[in-house]
Design a protein around this ligand. Structure first.
Ligand code: PEP
Ligand code: MG
Length: 590
């Protein structure tokens, strides 16, 4: 913002600090909602490739519409028919219609990228229809725009996304960041992220923490004030975004950033020390990873293995599904890099805010055909993953983890599939491990936690996903900044489900870990230990802080404090008891 005299005015925005650190850079706007369409020239030699990219996008949009069609057929009577006609019309538009031909032609004639060609062609068709005053045709314009938007969404996913090629020290200011967008960012070039939407447990937030990028989400009104190229500070610890900082503010933040980095280096020094409590209990601190690029950070962190490898990265930012060979190579490289330490690979957890494009649209994506449900519906998807995992397991210890499980039958079915896939691979004379990898279950739905005894009979291990467990228990969308203040893993209901699950695992003598964000927050370490969880998996960056915390406490006192906390049903009292404990009142330890 400029004053009348032309000077810029410092503006401070408050939001949710979701990834610590201080980023100082220049504003780069990234608007998803509006589908800001890049326009660039395409070299003559790339025109056919650009047309092929467009053809893929039309196929992807068609598949989505067909999936919608399947759903529309279940609508009552006339609605099914009407929706059916409309979707059929959309499909026709994607098959050799004027729209498709026009875009193809523009790519060649005007030598522009497919997105720009789609926008121009749609504008031309709509302008033609508007010239005739007719309500039927006006409605067709809306349909054409709808199809165009679907195409643009499909295209922007497959583009050589501009996010991958950021200028150095770009600060990304967005309306919303998807995990796939965030995965494209190069942490060596990007200063930080701020977005108008998104909660602290959203996958974009988790991804930002993994990449070590300072991030603030839920910043209302940010884009209205932010001009491209303006100077901005992103304070991911305090949850502030400062546009056009004054020279004094800038100097202050430069020194805060230096302090932050110094502290991080000091913590890094802990990596060689054992993760053991003062009374001698060994704790496993493992890493969650989102992207193969994090492997070096995992090795540096002193993690004893990978407790959660979110395999969604294999499916992100690509126009088609990865085949067995591609998945195998990626996974085997990670297993090899871990040099004998266990790697827990989770099957695809698409749905909700994660890879929404892969799941069919439903009334409520968080409760829909997602994660293991999707994979069980599309067996070829599951079997390809299982085959790749089995092959990667020949390179080192690998465990398979299933997301969003709610019933014993789901685990039984996957186990049968795993055996079938192993037999198939043997027939192909492919090298497999001597024993099949352990098959574990994420406990992240309240129903699964309450069925933990039964699930423990069919699962080889449990991993508690406190992010989703909190969301589903409290009915609070983890990605919605408007209810972020209500999102509370310390809610007695959530704690009881964790305790119930831990006890079931103990009875069945199967390993149990926590791999939700709670595990990486040192404020919760004592409580989780006290509840009987001795394996924690977290973003590698958090391992030193959690190690520091557990080395300062005793299991005896943690267990006593957990008992006291579990006797409470008052949320504030729970927070108080935990804060007192964390402040160093560790009565059992001295
Ligand atoms: C969780 O839900 O806690 C979890 C670890 O899985 P994700 O965050 O990938 O949903
Ligand atoms: Mg989850």
């Amino acid at each position: 913002m400029k004053t009348k005299a032309g000077a810029t005015v410092e503006i401070v925005f408050d939001g949710l600090g979701v990834a610590p650190g201080i980023g100082i850079g220049s504003v780069h706007r990234h608007e998803r909602g509006r589908l800001a369409v890049p326009e660039y020239r395409v070299l003559p030699s790339r025109i056919e490739a650009e047309r092929a990219r467009f053809a893929k996008a039309t196929q992807q949009a068609s598949r989505q519409i067909e999936a919608l069609g399947a759903k529309a057929r279940t609508l009552p009577g006339a609605a099914a028919e009407e929706m059916g006609y409309l979707l059929e019309a959309y499909l026709q538009m994607l098959k050799g219609s004027r729209l498709v031909r026009g875009v193809d032609k523009r790519i060649g004639d005007e030598r522009i990228n497919a997105e720009a060609a789609v926008e121009k062609e749609i504008a031309a068709i709509v302008a033609g229809l508007a010239a005739v005053e007719d309500s039927y045709l006006a409605a067709r314009s809306a349909d054409i725009r709808e199809v165009g938007n679907r195409l643009l969404r499909a295209l922007t996913q497959t583009a050589d996304a501009p996010l991958a090629a950021m200028p150095r020290d770009a600060a990304i200011l967005a309306d919303e960041m998807s995990p796939a967008d965030t995965a494209l960012l190069d942490p060596d070039r990007v200063a930080g992220i701020a977005a108008e939407q998104g909660g602290p447990e959203s996958h974009a937030a988790i991804m930002a923490r993994s990449l070590g990028l300072p991030a603030v989400l839920g910043v209302a009104g940010l884009l209205a004030k932010a001009e491209t190229g303006a100077m901005v500070i992103i304070d991911g610890g305090r949850g502030q975004v400062i546009l056009n900082p004054s020279p004094e503010t800038l100097a202050l933040y430069r020194s805060l950033r230096a302090q932050f980095l110094r502290r991080r280096r000091q913590l890094h020094g802990l990596r060689r020390l054992p993760a053991v409590t003062r009374d001698g209990f060994d704790i496993q601190l493992m890493a969650n990873i989102e992207l193969p690029a994090e492997i070096e950070a995992v090795r540096q962190s002193g993690a004893t293995g990978i407790g959660l490898l979110r395999s969604e990265f294999l499916f992100m930012n690509r126009p088609n599904l990865p085949d067995e060979e591609t998945q195998y190579r990626e996974l085997a490289a990670i297993v090899e890099a871990m040099e004998g330490k266990p790697v827990t690979v989770r099957t695809l957890d698409a749905g909700g805010e994660k890879l929404p494009g892969l799941t069919p649209p439903g009334a409520n994506p968080a409760l829909g055909l997602r994660a293991i449900r999707l994979c069980l519906r599309h067996k070829e998807l599951l079997e390809t993953q299982l085959a790749a995992m089995l092959r990667a397991a020949a390179h080192g210890p690998l465990r398979i983890l299933l997301p969003m499980v709610t019933s014993v039958a789901e685990v039984d079915t996957v186990r049968a599939d795993l055996l079938k896939v192993a037999r198939r691979l043997k027939r192909r004379h492919i090298k497999l491990p001597d024993r099949l990898p352990p098959l574990g279950v994420m406990i992240e739905v309240p129903g699964a936690a309450l069925s933990a005894d039964a699930l423990a009979q069919v699962a080889d291990f449990f991993a508690i996903g406190t992010n989703d467990l909190t969301m589903y228990t409290l009915a609070i969308d983890r990605a919605d900044d408007q209810v972020a203040h209500l999102y509370n893993p310390l809610h007695p209901a959530v704690l009881r489900l964790i305790q119930f699950t831990a006890e079931a695992a103990l009875r069945a003598r199967i390993p149990i870990s926590v791999c939700g964000e709670m595990a990486g927050d040192p404020r919760f370490t004592g409580l989780l230990l006290g509840l009987g969880i001795h394996d924690l998996s977290m973003a590698p960056i958090n391992i030193p802080r959690v190690k520091q915390r557990l080395r300062a406490l005793t299991m005896t006192s943690a267990t006593q404090r957990a008992r006291a906390i579990m006797d409470q049903h008052d949320g504030e009292r729970i927070v108080q008891l935990l804060e007192d404990f964390n402040r160093g009142a560790d009565p059992g330890g001295s």
